[in-house]
Write a new protein. Structure first.
Length: 185
């Protein structure tokens, strides 16, 4: 039962951290990052496809992404999708590839992005604490049903708390790293 509760907590906390990493990957830092275009959908032959399925995205230099379509007939649709994506990007094509220059961030925009990062971090911490609460409830229920002893309950609660502290620190580290990246970008 102790192992079960610990696994439940670990699983929930890992999912929260993975979601945070994904969210932070989408935040623009002023540097070219292919993850920036992960949510872009391309209208290809009447179907909405994720950009990854219609083209390869690579980094040409610190401020330029290059999108190479698998099918040249989609080049205009890819350019249109990127320009209409609410990311503030201005893509252009040369008939073969789509170039996406990443503009420098203003100070005000940097501060907005830092707020966005902190909100995503806080959401992840709430999810981590929820996973802790679920695991603790499972342990308390097991103790109430006499499946585990009071000592086992205490050990289990301590293990879950230690895990929670470790995961919250990992989330804080990710947030701090991303904030630094945005402010120096």
């Amino acid at each position: 039962m102790l192992r079960e509760a610990e696994d439940l907590a670990k699983d929930g906390m890992d999912k929260a951290l993975d979601r945070l990493k994904k969210e932070l990957g989408r935040v623009r830092t002023g540097r070219a990052n292919p993850a920036l275009l992960d949510d872009v959908k391309v209208d290809s032959y009447g179907t909405q496809l994720p950009l990854k399925q219609a083209a390869t995205v690579s980094v040409a230099d610190a401020r330029l992404l290059v999108v190479k379509p698998y099918d040249r007939n989609n080049i205009a649709a890819i350019e249109r999708a990127i320009n209409n994506s609410q990311l503030g990007l201005n893509a252009s094509n040369d008939g073969v590839i789509v170039r996406v220059p990443i503009p420098a961030l203003t100070e005000e925009r940097r501060k907005d992005l830092v707020k966005q990062v902190h909100k995503a971090g806080e959401d992840a911490k709430v999810a981590i604490r929820q996973a802790r609460r679920d695991a603790n409830d499972l342990l308390k229920e097991a103790e109430k049903d006499r499946d585990i002893s009071e000592d086992d309950l205490k050990k289990g609660l301590e293990k879950v708390q230690t895990l929670t502290d470790k995961e919250i620190k990992a989330a804080d580290d990710l947030i701090g790293k991303k904030e630094k990246e945005i402010m120096e970008g």
